[in-house]
Design a binder for this molecule. Structure first.
Ligand code: SF4
Ligand code: SF4
Length: 241
């Protein structure tokens, strides 16, 4: 989509120039985007060629671009003033660090991950941290503004409460089973567990109920309240029944 914007802007700045776009798939999902790409072709004269560039080289004061239009089967040769590579968008360099500091998950592409794509699209997995804009995924200005508005509304709703409630799924320690090995302390991504007098202690305010500690403890000395292993097994059995 941003390639169409580049082509359109180029035409507005260089009225006697012509933009050529080599593409395999045109990704223009969004309201009015398809029409924008069509306008770029029809009104701004951008020529879209389905195919790959096979060769680039400097030729006198131009850049020679060789390729094939796979729809017509014709070889294409262009003398270009400038060649722009349309790269995929990547998370900014600081994303990994900020995710680590705020204890927010990241998706497979490295963008900050929402708690749930449909039910919690602006919340992160860390309570009180909300997401908006291209930190979460590639998106344009209208989408970013809409998401930022939703995130701001969530913040206002949070701060306007007289008291804050916490989900009841927090970890608890069976002190008699705990050997103080500290494996859960290391495993907890929210730093919600500390050792006191040789036993693990959970800070329920920090605990997000992720269950990493229960999966780590070899003594079964820590479990998540309201989501114990027995409850999970019973839910699975109920689903399979
Ligand atoms: S991993 Fe289990 S045994 Fe070790 S400190 Fe944590 S709760 Fe205790
Ligand atoms: S469930 Fe365990 S690992 Fe997860 S946040 Fe709570 S204490 Fe930490």
């Amino acid at each position: 989509m941003y390639t169409a914007k580049h082509a359109s802007l180029y035409k507005h700045h260089v009225p006697d120039g012509r933009a050529y776009v080599f593409y395999i798939d045109i990704r223009s999902g969004g309201k009015g985007y398809e029409e924008f790409v069509q306008r770029t072709m029809e009104e701004d004269g951008a020529i879209y060629l389905r195919g790959r560039v096979s060769k680039l080289y400097r030729h006198n004061d131009k850049i020679k671009v060789l390729g094939t239009d796979t729809l017509t089967g014709q070889n294409v040769e262009i003398d270009a003033d400038m060649v722009v590579l349309a790269l995929a968008m990547q998370p900014s360099k600081g994303t990994a660090e900020i995710a680590k500091v705020l204890k927010i998950g990241r998706d497979k592409d490295g963008f900050l991950a929402e708690a749930h794509p449909k039910l919690k699209p602006v919340e992160s997995v860390t309570a009180g941290i909300f997401l908006a804009g291209a930190a979460q995924a590639p998106k344009d200005i209208p989408e970013t503004v809409a998401q930022a508005g939703a995130a701001a509304a969530k913040v206002i709703a949070l701060l306007s409460q007289a008291s804050l409630s916490h989900a009841p799924t927090v970890a608890r320690v069976r002190r008699s089973h705990c050997t103080g090995c500290e494996m859960c302390v290391t495993a907890c991504p929210y730093h919600a567990i500390r050792l006191e007098n040789g036993k693990a202690v959970v800070n329920e305010v920090l605990c997000e109920g992720c269950g990493s500690c229960t999966a780590t403890c070899l003594r079964a000395a820590i479990e998540v309240k309201n989501a114990t292993q027995m409850q999970v097994f019973e839910m699975i059995e109920a689903c399979l029944a």
